[in-house]
Design a protein around this ligand. Sequence first.
Ligand code: NDP
Length: 237
Amino acid sequence: MDKVCAVFGGSRGIGRAVAQLMAQKGYRLAIVARNLEVAKAAAGDLGGGHLAFSCDVAKEHDVKHTFEEMEKNLGPVNFLVNAAGINRDSLLVRTKTEDMISQLHTNLLGSMLTCKAAMKTMIQQQRGSIVNIGSIIGLKGNAGQSVYSATKGGLVGFSRALAKEVARKKIRVNVVAPGFVHTDMTKALNEEHLKKNIPLGRFGEPIDVAHAVVFLLESPYITGHVLVVDGGLQLTM
Ligand code: NDP
């Protein structure tokens, strides 16, 4: 049976590295993001047989339609990675409500919607593995990131509860919680200052996280787990 994996947020950063690693391992990939051109370029770089889809994870209709299209064109989706995410960092008193909502909708509601849409096929097939990308900030908190922390903390609760709900159907749900990783999301950060607190002395690369994601996707006896990939940052927080 084909191994088909949908990577939401697979066009850039961590999701893209996950897709690249999975393509090397023989999976067929659905690269999903809002910007179709960027997603197509990322899918094209993987070689033949992989497809790109445009979808806003915060929109239920988009997510449902994307699953229909993925399954029509690639077959049953048995692997799901939720790497679509945004941040709007600011102190709570300065955070606009619309920025709270966009982070909640993309980072938390989005993963709920994709997991729900994936369930039908996974339950039918009694086979499925999901990895949601959380954050060390969701476990430890960080000043200036209260809303983002809430979305990522919420994702842990959601994933652990869902893991209990669907374990009997042979579906596993895990979380990878990265520290600082070199992607578009962290471009504006003061790396020299921040890396002083990282025991391994550097930001992570997307591939560092991708190895952990693929490990959990493929580990048949691990579910409801949160795997921190942060160069030891949590030891200092
Ligand atoms: P990037 O900004 O590099 O990539 C984000 C990806 O998500 C892009 O593919 C983007 O494509 C997609 N995306 C964003 N919003 C939506 C949406 N509404 N619907 C569909 N796709 C969307 O981010 P990273 O790779 O850095 O982050 C990946 C995940 O890892 C995120 O959840 C992030 O919170 C988390 N994380 C990142 C860390 C870091 O240091 N980089 C640390 C800890 C966690 P498009 O814009 O075209 O939609």
